[in-house]
Ligand binder design. Structure first.
Ligand SMILES: NC(=O)c1ccc[n+]([C@@H]2O[C@H](COP(=O)([O-])OP(=O)(O)OC[C@H]3O[C@@H](n4cnc5c(N)ncnc54)[C@H](OP(=O)(O)O)[C@@H]3O)[C@@H](O)[C@H]2O)c1
Length: 279
């Protein structure tokens, strides 16, 4: 089945996890297929592919607030998505796309799939535009997620490295949400593709208590047997006097009711964090 899958953005955190799950899938990184190149996407050989998974994105949230980053974010997260939607429609492919909590302003305690877009940042706005384009595809699944952790540079690795160096970090304590390990996203993608519930948007994060980055850092240190101290700081104070900082949603918890109602069993983030740290 997985030989019918094509993964774009294959070298990112999610792309890497997808390639491990679907070893027979075809895939491309930026060098092989730059999805902002409309002609290259249109002329690409899509024969034999029935599912196109877009794990590519411009994910530098603060970089997107710069002159150059703003253009890149819109090119990759919106325009390029339109290129993919066009070929998906033309070749009768299901498109799987990944959205973010940053499409919301983070004022609701918990976000349902049908909440109206209210992005605070350039990244959030460009991702919202991408979601809108995908929602026009004949066959699509959008997985809306938050705080993704996989292979590569990410929050858990950074905090662990600081901890091992004996540094006691000051960490934001007023952004509340849940981690999403790429393993959970891959499980959810596989669930949607194999059980085929109605096309549409599905929130996917790990389950478990919603908490702050500071509390997650304490958990990382506890599970790793480190006794570093973590000091709380507000988002506003953390970014005070820093340039090109994107505004962040403070409440990022995504309701998991919809995907769970299709038979998907979410895994608690502490369980996946424990396994991640053991690796
Ligand atoms: N990371 C998070 O915390 C988070 C939270 C919520 C939602 N998401 C969403 O989850 C999805 C996966 O995120 P991730 O963390 O796996 O991202 P990532 O690690 O930053 O990977 C993104 C990938 O996209 C590729 N890419 C960028 N521009 C491209 C282009 N023009 N053509 C082809 N590929 C291109 C990058 O390749 P290069 O390295 O060559 O540029 C990279 O391999 C994204 O849609 C993201 O918006 C992420």
């Amino acid at each position: 089945m997985s030989s019918n899958i094509f993964i774009v953005g294959a070298n990112g955190q999610l792309g890497t996890a997808l390639r491990q799950k679907y070893p027979e899938a075809r895939y491309a990184d930026t060098a092989e297929l730059d999805i902002t190149d409309k002609q290259a996407v249109g002329n690409f050989d899509w024969s034999g592919i029935d599912t196109l998974i877009n794990s590519a994105a411009y994910t530098n949230v603060d970089g997107a607030e710069t002159l150059e980053g703003r253009r890149l974010a819109w090119a990759v997260n919106a325009d390029a998505v339109a290129n993919l939607v066009a070929v998906a429609a033309q070749h009768n492919m299901t498109i799987v796309h990944i959205s973010t909590d940053y499409v919301f302003d983070g004022t609701e305690n918990i976000h349902n799939e049908d909440e109206a877009f209210s992005p605070l940042s350039v990244y959030g706005a460009s991702k919202s535009a991408g979601d809108l384009v995908v929602s026009l595809a004949p066959k699509f699944y959008i997985l809306r997620t938050s705080w993704v952790i996989g292979e590569g540079k990410n929050f858990v690795r950074t905090m662990l490295e600081l901890g091992k160096k004996g540094i006691n970090p000051t960490v934001v304590s007023d952004q509340i949400g849940r981690l999403t390990f790429t393993s959970e996203l891959v499980r959810a993608i596989n669930h949607l593709l194999s059980s085929n519930p109605n096309y549409g948007t599905y929130n996917v994060t790990n389950s478990g208590v919603s908490t702050s980055w500071a509390e997650i850092t304490r958990e990382i240190y506890k599970l790793s047997g480190l006794d570093n101290t973590v000091t709380d700081i507000s988002t506003a104070d953390y970014f005070k006097n820093k340039e090109n900082v994107a505004p962040r949603p403070l409440k990022s918890t995504l309701s998991l009711d919809k995907i769970q109602s299709t038979g998907f069993e979410s895994k608690n983030w502490t369980e996946d964090l424990t396994e991640y740290l053991q690796k």
